[in-house]
Design a binder for this molecule. Structure first.
Ligand code: 13P
Ligand code: ZN
Length: 271
């Protein structure tokens, strides 16, 4: 059996959480990541027949029964993952009943998966139904995206349009736009269901006055989506109070989309 601490998926979780912490997206225990792993790969590092303990989930995830996820722990600080992955991360398999998680590694101090596990697993299920390659769900509290929530309408068309105008690359990176939920109570099945509904249409979902979700086939894809929104939100917050002299025109956004052959949200433009 190989050493789990050398597993690429543990290493990538360590690197990504540290990076997100340093970007200021994950203060204290803010943010969470879940990543669906390949069982054969995990089997090189862990005895898949050895369940440390079972943890009730309080929602139905039968669509991903048997699937294995590495996930950040509730109340755990991204700042601390790199130094102590076994305490701050866990590897769980969804049990046959679809409502219980089998702990295979981690959460050493008796902890458990993020309180946003409903939103994560429901989002995985929703994304897998439209993109069978999806593996990663990432949530965080990026500063400028959050600041923008207080001064910009929380409307999918208007928010996406403003973000697209802020950097030339935006429409290329997220031609599918950004879904938006109003402020909702977090950590609940209800916000999980609402997020998953949006995830059928979007790879990015803003939780009003809370943060953002990004998903993807890889950690880079999920991270890159959030990073690009955050950059655009930063430009917006640096300029929103100043007279706008120049802007990227909608016909230029169309040119970009056509050059890249993108399937983009034409209805989010004002043509
Ligand atoms: P957890 O510590 O439970 O992951 O919660 C952090 C968070 O960002 C809640 O939305
Ligand atoms: Zn949060």
């Amino acid at each position: 059996m190989k050493d789990i601490f050398t597993a690429p998926f543990v290493e990538e979780m360590r690197k990504t959480t540290a990076n997100m912490y340093r970007l200021g997206w994950d203060e204290r225990n803010g943010g969470n990541i879940s990543w669906m792993l390949d069982a054969a790969e995990v089997g090189e590092y862990l005895d898949l027949n050895r369940v440390i303990r079972t943890i009730p989930m309080g929602f139905d995830a039968s669509a991903v029964t048997g699937k294995i996820f590495i996930v950040t722990g509730t109340g755990k600080y991204f700042k601390n993952v790199d130094a102590d992955p076994e305490n701050n991360l866990g590897i769980v398999r969804i049990a046959a009943d679809g409502r219980t998680a089998e702990l295979l590694w981690g959460f050493r101090d008796g902890g458990k998966f993020t309180s946003e596990f409903p939103a994560h697993l429901m989002s995985h299920i929703a994304r897998l139904s439209v993109d069978p390659g999806n593996r990663v769900v990432m949530h965080c509290h990026p500063t400028y995206t959050l600041a923008m929530n207080y001064v910009h309408e929380l409307n999918e068309k208007k928010l996406t349009h403003t973000l697209w105008e802020m950097c030339t690359e935006c429409i290329v990176v997220f031609p599918d736009g950004v879904g938006v939920l109003p402020w909702m109570l977090c950590g609940t099945n209800a916000i999980g269901e609402a997020t998953a509904e949006k995830m059928k249409e979007f790879r990015l979902v803003v939780w009003g006055m809370h943060g953002i979700y990004g998903v993807g086939k890889t950690m880079d894809e999920a991270f890159g989506l959030i990073e690009t929104v955050e950059k655009a939100a930063q430009i917006y917050m640096l300029t929103a109070h100043l007279p706008r002299i120049n802007t990227i025109q909608d016909h230029e956004l169309v040119e970009l989309a056509e050059l890249w052959g993108l399937d983009y949200r034409k209805d989010f433009l004002n043509l």
